[in-house]
Design a protein around this ligand. Structure first.
Ligand code: ACO
Length: 436
């Protein structure tokens, strides 16, 4: 590839050395070209044309988006242009949800309406409750959640009207409202405790904590510190542009599937230990390390690639994840109420050593959002199985914002990546008796 004298022009000149032909490819904003423009590069007319090979989509933009901006090198995260630090400090999760879903911060009246609508859709149909009761006592909360969200689509057949903005908004409200209820029910099922119904006078996170932890008729009021800390954690997890689960949401929805089915798919993607399951994996790792003395031996294992340092590294951030710094501050406030989680000492020392060792520094391995969130969740009384669920509740907002954007984007069609076939050439079927 070269400039070929077209200086100043917003295009890329490509010479195909196989044919000696030159091509001019338009450069869109930034350093982006349209992958389809490569298709004109052919050896002869019968050719399919040039494709980009990009396993795991590490260098492919699948959409133009206005939702979330990340600069991984500089550790910047913004929702709709607003820095995550300002939102975490000055906003609430439902206000941020409105911002993500609508594109602008709400007026007081808009926020009041939104909070009211979400609050009054928190109940789930009793048949869903009965369905949850059918799971084994030790069923993983995430498996229960994925199933329950998928099942919701059968209760709201109008959710199929994905091109009707009003019907779409109705499903968005329902999902934002019902995710905490489903999560709390999954938790109570696991504990063998009766479900606590939503209470409309409580805030989004206070209601969630109430449904989780209230026992019997005893007056339970969640600590305002924990209510606020959970709200901040929800803000931090609300969106993160085109990651594995969000891309899954878009991929499933691109076929026209209803949002409940698409969101169940996104949750399944989030469940994996390399994504939303990472904070669960961090806790298991810290428990396995057991004490500060064992850290050096553990890190040697990581360098030999026998272990992975969970909660470290990120596909996009090659600096300190900005969410991790905010979480670290939140942790201090939570521990003042709950008492210090003994795993924190191991985590802090692990971070200190890892950040000073060449192996981690040269690979830009910094703590990500999941490194400290699990320690906070555990101190708040959540079992590890709930960790990915606690991620899925706020991220459902981001998934839905991205879903809306997809449906309103005239450039989007059903998603369909290509492949480079490297298998056998055509061959004839061999009868069973003739096979080696
Ligand atoms: N521990 C040890 N080494 C690591 C880690 C880690 N956590 N992450 C990356 N590396 C190493 C790789 O082995 C590789 O080394 P090499 O160059 O010697 O082969 C190098 O760093 C580059 O790593 P990649 O695999 O190219 O990084 P990638 O962008 O593919 O992976 C990922 C990102 C999956 C997040 C990875 O860092 C990881 O597995 N982290 C642990 C799991 C985790 O915390 N996930 C949560 C991510 S945040 C979220 O989903 C909300």
């Amino acid at each position: 590839m070269g400039d070929n004298g077209s200086e100043g022009k917003n295009s890329l000149s490509i010479r195909d050395n196989r044919t000696g032909r030159d091509y001019e490819i338009d450069i869109l904003e930034g350093d982006v070209i349209r992958a389809m423009d490569l298709r004109q590069i052919k050896v002869d007319n019968g050719d399919f044309g040039m494709m980009a090979y990009d396993p795991a989509y590490t260098n492919t933009a699948s959409t133009r988006s206005t939702v979330t901006f990340i600069d991984g090198e500089r550790g910047i995260l913004r929702y709709r242009g607003y820095p995550i630090e300002q939102l975490a400090e000055r906003s609430t999760h439902l206000e941020v949800s409105y911002l993500l879903l609508k594109g602008e911060l709400p007026t007081q009246a808009q926020l009041d309406d939104f909070v009211h609508d979400v609050t009054f859709h928190t109940y789930v149909h009793e048949n869903i409750t009965e369905m949850l009761a059918g799971f084994r006592y030790d069923a993983h909360a995430m498996g229960m959640m994925i199933s329950a969200v998928a099942a919701l689509s059968t209760f709201y057949p109008e959710a199929k009207e994905i091109h009707d903005p009003e019907a779409r908004w109705q499903q968005i409200i329902r999902l934002v409202a019902k995710m905490p209820t489903l999560a709390a029910y999954a938790y109570r099922h696991h504990r063998g405790l009766p479900y606590v119904y939503p209470e409309n006078e409580l805030s989004y996170t206070a209601n969630f904590l109430n449904m989780l932890f209230r026992i019997g008729t005893r007056d339970y009021r969640p600590s305002p510190v924990l209510e606020k800390a959970l709200d901040i954690l929800f803000i931090l997890h609300a969106d993160h542009e085109q990651n594995c689960s969000t891309s899954t949401m878009r991929m499933v929805a691109s076929s026209g599937a209803d949002p409940y089915s698409a969101l169940a798919g996104a949750m399944a993607a989030l469940y994996g230990p390399l994504h939303g399951g990472a904070n669960e994996a961090v806790l298991r790792m810290l428990n396995r390390i057991g004490s500060v003395d064992n850290i050096p031996a553990f890190l040697e294992g990581v360098k030999r690639k026998e272990e992975r340092l969970m909660g470290f590294g990120h596909r996009v951030y090659k600096a300190y994840d900005p969410r991790a710094s905010i979480i670290k501050r939140t942790a201090d406030e939570v521990f003042e109420v709950t008492g210090r989680n003994p795993l924190l000492d191991i985590a802090l020392e692990l971070e200190r050593i890892a950040l000073s060792e060449e192996y981690f520094v040269e690979r830009n391995l910094y703590p990500n959002v999941d490194f400290y969130s699990g320690i906070i969740y555990q101190a708040m009384g959540f079992p590890v199985e709930m960790f990915p669920v606690l991620f899925a509740i706020p991220r459902s907002v981001g998934w839905l914002a991205q879903w809306q954007e997809l449906l309103e984007d005239s450039e989007q069609r059903i998603a369909r990546p290509r492949q480079v076939y490297v298998g056998e050439e055509a061959r004839d079927f061999i009868p069973m008796g003739d096979r080696g």
